[in-house]
Design a protein around this ligand. Sequence first.
Ligand code: NAP
Length: 219
Amino acid sequence: MRFGVLGTGMVGHTIATKLISLGHEVTMGSRRAGNDKAAAWAAQAGESAHEGSFAGAASFGEVVVNATAGTASLDALAAAEEKNLTGKVLIDVANPLDSSTGMPPRLTVANTDSLGERIQRQFPDARVVKALNTMNCEVMVDPSRVPGSHSVFLCGNDQSAKADVRALLETFGWPAGSILDLGDLSAARGMEMYLPLWLRIFGALGTGRFNIALVRDAQ
Ligand SMILES: NC(=O)c1ccc[n+]([C@@H]2O[C@H](COP(=O)([O-])OP(=O)(O)OC[C@H]3O[C@@H](n4cnc5c(N)ncnc54)[C@H](OP(=O)(O)O)[C@@H]3O)[C@@H](O)[C@H]2O)c1
């Protein structure tokens, strides 16, 4: 399958590299085609790896991944161009964290709205699925980095898009029983508002290799 991965940071690199390892073809997008980090990645990741502008990557992908800075995601997706997102599954892994006024970063949207919903409103014909944003990128693509059973969440308004993302997550190594569909895209509020707690846990443990393990009553 062809993927457009928007983002040249560690998340874009990690997801794009995983997708290549699974036999997919990937174009990594950035603000400027020829971006140094994207070009270096494409040069070493093999013949299925390409780089380009946000629009080039989105146009290339049958599925598009938003792995851009949360404060810039709406701009990045606007640069990707609405026509290149129409009808496509858009996996949003971004978090609306703003550290411009110091640490810890603040959420730029919360409570009654979320970045995932803002993206869906700006691009109503994209099939937005929020997923993977609640963990470190190493864990996203290799859940065995954390021992035992632990969870990945997804949400979105399009059932078939969520089914596609669920299937993709299983190829990343997530057991079916560890993938929890939280419902429509408004669940992105909670998924994003977990980040302040994630950051404090990260600070306390000194590692990003942890995740949420859900414990519930016997059914
Ligand atoms: N780090 C993690 O493990 C982790 C885990 C879960 C979720 N996340 C989320 O995943 C996303 C990516 O994180 P990251 O650390 O890999 O990268 P990042 O540094 O947050 O974002 C890098 C990307 O954002 C783009 N960008 C920055 N400013 C922009 C602007 N003004 N306009 C358009 N695009 C802009 C950059 O474009 P250029 O390529 O042109 O520079 C680059 O592609 C973030 O939303 C983050 O919160 C991260």
